[in-house]
Design a protein around this ligand. Sequence first.
Ligand code: F0G
Length: 350
Amino acid sequence: MWKGLIEEYKEFLPVTENTPSLTLNEGNTPLIHLVNLSKELGIELYGKIEGANPTGSFKDRGMVFAVAKAIEDGAKCVICASTGNTSAAASAYATRAGIQSIVVIPKGKVALGKLAQACMYGAKIIEIDGNFDDALSIVRQVSETTPVKLVNSVNPYRIEGQKTAAFEIVDSLGHAPDYLCIPVGNAGNITAYWKGFKEYNEAKNTGLPKMYGFEAEGAAAIVKGEPIANPETVATAIRIGNPASWKFAEAARDESGGIIDSVTDEEILAAYKLIAGTEGIFVEPGSAASLAGVIKSVNSGKIEKGSRVVTVFTGNGLKDPDTAMNVSTVDLVSLKNDEEEIRKYIEGIL
Ligand code: F0G
């Protein structure tokens, strides 16, 4: 039986005898061969389904370890800023471990499912008239002078936990892929994957991918080379104008020979519909930024035909039902509670 990340990867993590064995059995997520899109794009494309984690996003990988280390340090309360997924993971793991959680979120800009999670897992939720960058700046300062442990990805244990996804990809494929495509928000995850690929390559000679990160165009600080005061995108998960791990993301790009590019909201929503409609995989809009980036890169020749590509689907589509219903063009067919009428309708569409 899968024992969760801390137990499974302890030789690669700074685990001590005092690290509690916290887990919700996170990790071990599917790597799915996207057969239909592979054919369409002329590449060998796989999706890493991070929405299959216990709270529905990749954040669980970093949070299980950050919360465990916080407890090892004697913390009784964790705090984070969040566009939604970090708050869900922080509150779930804090509750599981029997400590408090406080989350600071941008008012009106957190997808419904994520907000529901934080409410149900029992976080103290503070919403502000400001964006994620404002919230992060506040919690960074508050955590310096109050006995609350900061669990945003500026906490190095978050990166440690999240790097394990790279290990799983390499184990599934037998080798690193040619390209690793990933959405970029606060830039912690691209930092973590690159660390994971490098460490596994050191230990097992498994090769290195080119790291391709994708920001939403209205929040593309790294691409534009300057912070964005008022980031805007339909992909609220990555609505971030001043990524904390900016320099590490650039290092991942440069060391791997990769790129950091932007994709428009139109491209994100097209990819969002495409992945659900062609492969049966429902991801949240922020996650679709990586597939939008794959498509853009194949079309521009930045990913060559025949390449082996892994795209990271960071969060589950159920997190954001409002966006799904807004973009869906499906009309519900309302019929009488009558077998004959329904049979006629069905025969008509076959
Ligand atoms: N995809 C999803 C679904 C996310 O929730 C995030 C970040 C990212 C991608 C980007 O990852 O920040 O490591 O570059 N969400 C954070 C949050 C900011 O608060 O949940 P990153």
